[in-house]
Design a protein around this ligand. Structure first.
Ligand SMILES: CCCCC[C@H](S)C(=O)N[C@@H](Cc1ccccc1)C(=O)N[C@@H](C)C(=O)O
Ligand SMILES: [Zn+2]
Length: 694
């Protein structure tokens, strides 16, 4: 356009392009809103799913590349470190030259990988202790295996830090179902074993060691069986945080929850001291800890009694090396690429610069966040966001009065908590301050030629920062998310909602676009995050972020009944792309409650805005009311598609419902949607059993 159109015009063309007006909005609003997008979009080779939000992510990566590659005459040392790290990461020729050596040269430091070395039993086996290897994997290599050890705010004393012991949180095959190795999971299992086999073989080859394929295969099989047994020991349904909170002394862990490997009793105090010594923090038997998974530790005893120390060492080192192949030469990356293609459908690697931009952002989020904000974030959105947060918070609070299932006492406590929620918008001022930034990264120094060492340094550094917090109070002013992040968050222990700069952009938000689009976009996100304070997990925490029950038994009973309505409703959705698998309404309950609350609160806030300020001028070029545009923009934020393999993964491990069901589920439960589109009561978009919690 030669003439400068008001910035809302791109909104109209975007909305029209993405939708398919031939679909009846009352039949399938997702198809109506996204049909246009779905017709013209393909999932890139390097992705296993692709949606409108990925386009924002791709654009952000381009911005990050630009700022990380730009040489400027004067900059803070912290920013220089980010650029050096990036340079080492994109130095493909040098990475290729180093082959697998950076990895297999450091394996002795974690007591070696038995299947990729000779004579392990004599050289390492005799003095081997499980505590030594998993302690080191934790503090030095940021790898949690068998035991999840982390330091976090005490659930019942959110100002203090405490040590937590939890069950293993991640598995090579992602979820327990894959270990059946049957039907749709058979191929993934085989590819997983092949990945381990190929990597062990490659390391032996590069080390000049002989290869007995049958021996390697046998060890691979034992390792996968061990991992399957560990996964089988994990607690699956962990809905109530109060039930996880088992505070005890380390001596109790030794007395009740210990286990053995090759008849060596695991000593929890010795293990914990091994980790805490690295940050000069003394712990002994009387140290208080929180055991999140008593039954898992009880089962671990039986699991490990079936395996040798060699099997256990093979497994724990495998969990580390399988992550690290990504930082090595093509031959090593290929062992995992083949596996990922089968597991997720991802058919090629991401462009190296994209991977490196995200890697540096993930590790030096404060420095990269500063560059991103300076380059791409218009600061004028803060007051508009504050106004919208105020609107939506008030709607949440006033809606409480309509809830017949909640008594006055509980309502008052809910109002108090809602008022206490603190909002973080865009980025923390700290990152614009040179000495703050330089201090944050003072202990880090990178080499442009040693990418793998840089990565190891980051693994140790991140863990060290966390371990050092144990004897310190929680700093409630710390931002726990970077600025270049296209997402939003709620923290129960801080009772805080966070909207990083990355999400404050179209289609979520734009000062120039109509308010109907802003409320259907970021407005719904704001409601989503506020509602997390009251979902089936967040509701257990009080306004100060402590696990304290502020509910009357009657209100609790009613809440659980209504949340079960949501859970069973979403469980009814079956997904043809995942050959008919049903959603897991329990695993996705928190996010579904948040979505259902968010859409209602944002819509009501928009209507209040219109009452205060009058109807907005219609959007030229699209004959929809602003009520309709509100829902259209919300839905289009979720336009996207999945590869079949990724569809199964999302159902198994994503706490969010798949995108189309997030739109269908929340709108079927919200009668104002049907009103806006004049849907009659037996249309698909009107649920015959509306569920409503907030
Ligand atoms: C491991 C990350 C978990 C993120 C959890 C936060 S509460 C969340 O669910 N954020 C919302 C933000 C949002 C809400 C409504 C509409 C759009 C975007 C979310 O859905 N995040 C998605 C993108 C995700 O994290 O997968
Ligand atoms: Zn959420």
């Amino acid at each position: 356009f030669a003439i400068h159109l008001p910035s809302q015009f791109p909104a109209a063309s975007r909305l029209i392009e993405n939708m398919d007006a031939t679909v009846d909005p009352c039949d399938n609003f997702y198809q109506y809103a996204c049909g246009g997008w779905l017709k013209k979009s393909i999932i890139p080779e390097a992705q296993s799913k692709h949606g409108l939000q990925n386009i924002l992510k791709d654009n952000m990566e381009v911005i990050l590349k630009g700022v990380l590659e730009k040489n400027v005459e004067r900059e803070s040392p912290a920013v220089t470190k980010a650029k050096t790290l990036y340079k080492s990461c994109v130095n493909n020729s040098l990475i290729e030259l180093k082959g697998g050596a950076p990895l297999f040269d450091m394996l002795p430091d974690i007591f070696e990988w038995p299947m990729a070395v000779d004579n392990w039993d004599n050289v390492y086996g005799k003095t081997w202790r499980l505590e030594d290897v998993i302690a080191r994997l934790n503090w030095k290599y940021g790898t949690e295996v068998l035991i999840s050890f982390f330091i976090r705010a005490d659930d019942r004393d959110s100002a203090k830090h405490i040590i937590y012991f939890d069950q293993q949180m991640s598995f090579g095959l992602l979820s327990i179902d894959y270990y059946s190795c049957k039907g749709r999971f058979a191929e993934a299992c085989r590819a997983y074993e092949q990945f381990m086999f190929d990597l062990a073989k490659l390391i032996r080859t590069d080390r000049g060691l002989k290869i007995n394929e049958a021996d390697i295969r046998a060890e691979v099989t034992r390792v996968v069986n061990l991992e399957k047994d560990i996964a089988s020991a994990t607690d699956l349904q962990r809905r109530d945080p109060a039930l996880l909170y088992n505070k005890m002394q380390l001596s109790t862990m030794n007395r009740i929850f210990s286990f053995e490997v090759d008849f060596q009793k695991f000593n929890w105090t010795y293990y914990t001291a091994k980790i805490m010594d690295t940050v000069n923090t003394k712990v002994n038997d009387s140290e208080k800890i929180i055991n999140y998974s008593p039954s898992y530790y009880g089962k671990l005893k039986n699991v490990l009694s079936k395996y040798t120390k060699r099997d256990v060492q093979n497994y724990v080192v495998w969990r580390f090396v399988m992550q690290m192949v990504g930082e090595l030469s093509q031959a090593y990356r290929n062992t995992r690429n083949v596996f990922l293609k089968v597991l997720t459908g991802k058919a090629s690697e991401d462009a190296l610069w994209r991977w490196c931009a995200l890697y540096v952002n993930g590790n030096l989020g404060k420095a990269v966040g500063r560059l991103y904000v300076q380059e791409a974030f218009s600061d004028n959105s803060k007051e508009l966001m504050e106004e919208m947060i105020k609107d939506i918070r008030e709607v949440f609070i006033s809606n409480l009065d309509d809830l017949s299932w909640m008594d006055e006492e509980t309502k008052n406590a809910a109002k108090e908590k809602a008022r206490a929620i603190r909002a973080r918008i865009g980025y923390s001022e700290d990152i614009m301050n040179d000495e703050y930034l330089d201090n944050a990264y003072k202990d880090l120094s990178y080499s442009g030629e040693e990418y793998f060492q840089n990565v190891l340094q980051n693994l140790a550094y991140r863990t060290k920062k966390q371990l050092q917090k144990l004897r310190r109070k929680v700093n409630k002013n710390d931002w726990f998310f970077g600025a270049a992040v296209i997402n939003a968050f709620y923290s129960a222990s801080l009772n805080e909602i966070v909207f990083p700069a990355g999400i404050l952009q179209p289609p979520f938000f734009n000062k120039g676009q109509p308010k109907s689009l802003n409320y259907g976009g970021i407005g719904m996100v704001i409601g989503h995050e506020i509602t997390h304070g009251f979902d089936d997990n967040g509701r257990s925490y009080n306004k100060d972020g402590n696990l304290m029950n502020w509910w009357t038994p009657e209100s609790t009973k009613n809440f659980l009944e209504l949340s079960r309505c949501i859970a069973s409703q979403y469980s009814k959705f079956s997904w043809d792309l995942a050959n008919g698998l049903h959603l897991n309404g329990n695993n996705t309950l928190e996010e579904n409650i948040a979505d259902n609350g968010g859409i209602r609160q944002a819509y009501q806030a928009y209507k209040k805005f219109v009452k205060r300020n009058g109807e907005e001028p219609l959007l030229p070029g699209i004959d929809l009311s602003h009520d309709q545009l509100f829902f259209l923009n919300f839905a289009q934020i979720w336009c996207g598609s999945y590869r079949p393999q990724q569809a199964v993964i999302s159902i198994k491990i994503d706490i969010h419902s798949p995108v189309m069901f997030r739109v269908l589920g929340s709108l079927q439960n919200f009668p104002e949607f049907a009103k806006a589109f004049n849907c009659n009561k037996n249309s698909n978009m009107v649920s015959d059993n509306v569920c409503r919690v907030w």
